[in-house]
Design a protein around this ligand. Structure first.
Ligand code: ZN
Length: 108
């Protein structure tokens, strides 16, 4: 999984996964890394935090700093723009899944 294209595809999947959870409930980075780990993705802080920052900068996630046990924890939740992007991604994913994962007699 270390060619450029494989890495780009993987990052896209991770971004959709992150937006999906941000639409369910606010989460923080280490929670999200543990969640991805359960799905078999090895995502460390050097990938997770820049990715969260990037989604925040693009206006797809909103960050809220909360004080918990004397530490600041950054919580992320989806914005309305993020909802739109997630909605589009879901439609595209459904279409692609139908196309490439549904057994057919022929491809033509
Ligand atoms: Zn998940």
């Amino acid at each position: 999984m270390e060619t450029k294209i494989a890495r780009r595809i993987l990052l896209g999947f991770i971004e959709v996964h992150v937006l999906h959870h941000a639409a369910q409930a606010p989460f923080y980075g280490s929670w999200m890394m543990a969640e991805l780990m359960e799905h078999g993705y090895q995502v460390g802080p050097s990938i997770m935090y820049p990715l969260l920052r990037s989604l925040e900068e693009q206006g797809l996630l909103h960050r809220e700093d909360r004080l918990e046990d004397g530490k600041i924890r950054k919580y992320y939740e989806i914005t309305s723009r993020g909802q739109e992007v997630l909605g589009d991604a879901k439609r595209q994913l459904a279409e692609l899944t139908k196309e490439i994962l549904t057994p057919r007699e022929t491809n033509r």
